[in-house]
Design a protein around this ligand. Structure first.
Ligand code: FAD
Length: 420
């Protein structure tokens, strides 16, 4: 072991005292411009309508049109198919900014950035890419993902959706639950069992054109939050699946395809975390402004130390989650997939931070915080759904706990010598 001498340590500390290092996760100039564009769209077009979408439960068409007009849908799709060919960091920047104004609207972008088009971009054939990616990049169509079933949510390996042989292709029979945007989408990425599948072996995925015969929207869920984007129940009754519709073929002798699909969900989990951070940021900023304006006698709320501590605790949680997310995104690199453990840490921290921050923002606004006239109660209801979607907080904790107990350390220097 090499020890740094006392003199060397003093030199390092002194150097640090005089020069403030840059934020290692700071936006580049291009990323800062992208953030500004997304923020402009969010403040101009999303924020004024957010309450309307929430109260009416209408599909946020105005938000869709605004994101499309700003040409933001193509962020993660390669230039060859009309996109910008950017990665998870840029996707997270846009999602954070959109969710700061309205999470229901941000989810539309999440479905394109990190949903089926992303899976097609990374795992699909040229035929799948040419068929679907231009539509996604231009904002011509929405896409949805069908994994969950009534009796297979967290326990996804219990899914019943299955393919049977049909000439050169298959027939799909499935009932998918909680499909975000399923009632408005043109295509759905359906996770399903290939012939001979048992357990997680043989689970793969197909891209289903929802205009095909045998597909029905069986209903939509009535929810406490995220009321602009409905979650649909989709029934697939003997739907023809052509060989070109197969994204990832499940092989009944192993679970390789299933493992690839699960690891690809890390994109969606990071997007989920980014939306939580955006919603929490919006609520924190709203509370700060309110505290500076609201007078109790001759003092503002901002003068009360007990409430200053709330802002401190909210900031600690929010920034902690933000740094964990940045690490996962940077580890993915421009075109890779964020690693599972660091993604689970980021999603858990962001879900819990958003729950805490949005809840405290309501408290800081007093009775007004509880009123639908103010945006913080909506943010709280919206992020509750994000703590369940894309793998619940408990499922993330399972992954983190078992990884650490088996000796798989998170990517931090302090864990280097760790042996489980
Ligand atoms: C807003 C929203 C959007 C969604 N969008 C989609 C979508 O687009 N596509 C899609 O396929 N699905 C979607 N879902 C479904 C979501 O993925 C499931 O709800 C989630 O995986 C949990 O499954 P479940 O509801 O069946 O709950 P269950 O799996 O029954 O879990 C119930 C409770 O038990 C806990 N639990 C379960 N198993 C364990 C375990 N092993 N250890 C510890 N705790 C456990 C869970 O964390 C939860 O708290 C969405 C859900 C929501 C709320």
């Amino acid at each position: 072991m090499t020890l740094v001498s006392g003199w060397a340590v003093r030199s390092i500390v002194m150097a640090g005292a005089h020069s403030l290092g840059a934020n290692p996760f700071a936006d580049t100039d291009d990323q800062a411009s992208l953030r500004q564009l997304a923020r402009d769209v969010a403040e101009r077009d999303l924020a004024p309508m957010a309450r309307h979408w929430d109260e009416t439960e209408e599909f946020p068409q105005g938000s869709w049109d605004a994101i499309r007009k700003a040409e933001l849908f193509g962020i993660t799709i390669s230039e060859q198919y009309g996109g910008m060919g950017l990665g998870d960091i840029e996707a997270a920047i846009v999602l954070e900014e959109l969710a700061r104004a309205d999470v229901s609207s941000a989810i539309l972008a999440q479905l394109i950035f990190n949903g089926p088009p992303r899976a097609i971009q990374h795992l699909g054939t040229d035929a799948l890419k040419s068929r679907w990616l231009p539509m996604a990049a231009s904002g011509e169509a929405l896409f949805c993902i069908g994994i969950s079933e009534t009796e297979a949510g967290s326990a996804v390996g219990h899914m019943r959706a299955r393919l049977t042989e049909d000439g050169d292709g298959f027939r799909l029979n499935a009932y998918k639950n909680y499909v975000t945007g399923g009632h408005k989408s043109r295509a759905c990425l359906v996770w399903c069992r290939f012939p001979g599948s048992a357990g997680t072996k043989g689970i793969g995925a197909v891209v289903v054109d929802l205009e095909r015969e045998g597909v029905t929207v069986a209903g939509t869920h009535v929810k406490m939050g995220l009321r602009g984007t409905s979650e649909a129940e989709l029934a697939f009754d003997d739907v023809r699946i052509d060989p070109e519709d197969v994204l990832l073929r499940g092989d009944a002798s192993n679970n390789d395809a299933f493992k690839t699909l699960i690891s690809h969900i890390n994109h969606e989990r990071c997007g989920n975390a980014a939306m939580c951070i955006g919603a929490a940021q919006g609520s924190l900023e709203y509370a700060v402004q309110y505290m500076n304006e609201r007078k109790i006698g001759d003092r503002t709320l901002a003068d009360l130390q007990g409430l200053q501590w709330k802002i401190a605790d909210m900031s600690v949680q929010l920034e902690g989650a933000r740094v964990l997310l940045q690490r996962a995104l940077h580890m993915a690199g421009p075109h890779g997939t964020p690693p599972a453990l660091e993604t689970a840490l980021a999603k858990t921290a962001a879900n819990l931070a958003a729950k805490f921050v949005c809840d405290e923002a309501i408290q800081l606004l007093g009775g007004y915080g509880f009123s639908r006239e103010y945006p913080v109660e909506r943010a709280y209801r919206d992020i509750r759904g994000l703590c369940i979607g894309a793998g619940t907080v408990e499922v993330q904790r399972n992954l983190i706990g078992t990884s650490v107990l088996r000796g798989q350390a998170p990517a931090s220097n302090g864990w280097k010598q760790y042996r489980g």
